[in-house]
Design a binder for this molecule. Structure first.
Ligand code: CP
Ligand code: NVA
Length: 300
């Protein structure tokens, strides 16, 4: 059975720490212009049912930097779009490539791929989780603050939030989640977090969540696939904007994170994204380094 990365909960604390350390080493090598062919003769199939800038480009460049090859496969360019099953697609791709990365609408799709694949499957975002994002975020947090922190999630209890909750349970850092009523994180994730370690504090009060926080994290109010709810969500989430006033309620040296893409002026203001607390573009860069570590761990 290949090792997959479908959920953050597929990883143990030592594995996460090892990946962060490896990502730091790879980042340092790249900064020094050192490139090694860790992925020579390896190929990565990248299936996209939804659009992407960071995930697509960082995986593609990661494979190229390490002497390997990545294939961009749009859902509708594959026979998947004409009804070939996910299981058959996984079995066939396994005969050609070293790993499959997939961004999918429904989490079950990436689970089904993993069940039928003879090579590692990496979740490049589903409606339930975004584990690759979280590894890059942990690298970013570790670089600036270490991992003994309080993280405040403000906004929608979505896929990125779910994966961060699992990371906080595995690594044992404090997390507080503030969402509007009815937009709390998935109950299955909270239950899983409790089985692993501690589940986060859940509140509907953003000011309470950011109190004493080292990290404030937000994300869009309407994720991919929720576009038709956007108008309604704009109203419900209005009090959950990460702006200068809210950042002022956290620790003085708080860092602000966002996985991007952002809707500037909605969940986060320009002055915060572009301000002195923001590590948002370092986070985006770290997708590249963290994913190299994921690839090396799974197929290196
Ligand atoms: N953060 C993230 O996954 O960005 P993309 O949707 O651009 O890949
Ligand atoms: N929650 C967002 C994350 C995008 C990277 C979405 O699913 O659209």
């Amino acid at each position: 059975m290949p090792q997959h990365l479908v959920s953050v909960s597929d990883l143990s604390k030592p594995e996460i720490i090892r990946m962060i350390d490896l990502a730091k080493k790879l980042k340092d090598e790249r900064k020094r212009g050192v490139y090694k062919d860790y992925m020579k003769n390896k190929s990565l199939a990248m299936i996209f049912e939804l659009p992407s800038t960071r995930t697509r480009v960082s995986f593609e460049v990661a494979m190229a930097d390490m002497g390997g090859h990545a294939l961009y496969l749009g859902w509708n360019d594959l026979q998947l779009g004409r009804g070939e099953t996910i299981a058959d697609t996984a079995k066939v791709l396994s005969r050609y490539v070293s790993a499959i990365m997939a961004r999918v609408r429904k989490h079950d799709t990436v689970v089904e791929l993993a069940k039928n694949s003879d090579v590692p499957v990496i979740n490049g975002l589903s409606n339930l989780e975004h584990p690759c994002q979280i590894l890059a975020d942990l690298l970013t947090i570790d670089e600036v603050k270490g991992l003994d922190i309080k993280l405040a999630w403000v906004g929608d209890g979505n896929n990125v939030c779910n994966s961060m909750i699992l990371a906080s349970a595995i690594l044992g850092f404090e997390m507080s989640v503030a969402t509007p009523r009815g937009f709390e994180p998935d109950g299955r994730i909270l239950k899983l977090a409790e089985e692993i370690g501690e589940k986060p504090e859940i509140t509907n009060d953003p000011i309470k969540a950011v109190e004493n926080a080292d990290v404030i994290y937000t994300d869009v109010w309407a994720s991919m696939g929720q576009e038709e709810e956007r108008g309604e969500r704009l109203k419900v989430f209005a009090e959950f904007q990460v702006n200068r006033a809210l950042v002022g309620k956290a620790k003085d040296d708080v860092i602000v994170m966002h996985c991007l893409p952002a809707h500037r002026g909605e969940e986060i203001t320009d002055e915060v994204i572009d301000g002195k607390h923001s590590v948002i573009f370092d986070q985006a860069e770290n997708r590249l380094h963290a994913q190299k570590a994921i690839l090396l761990r799974l197929i290196g």
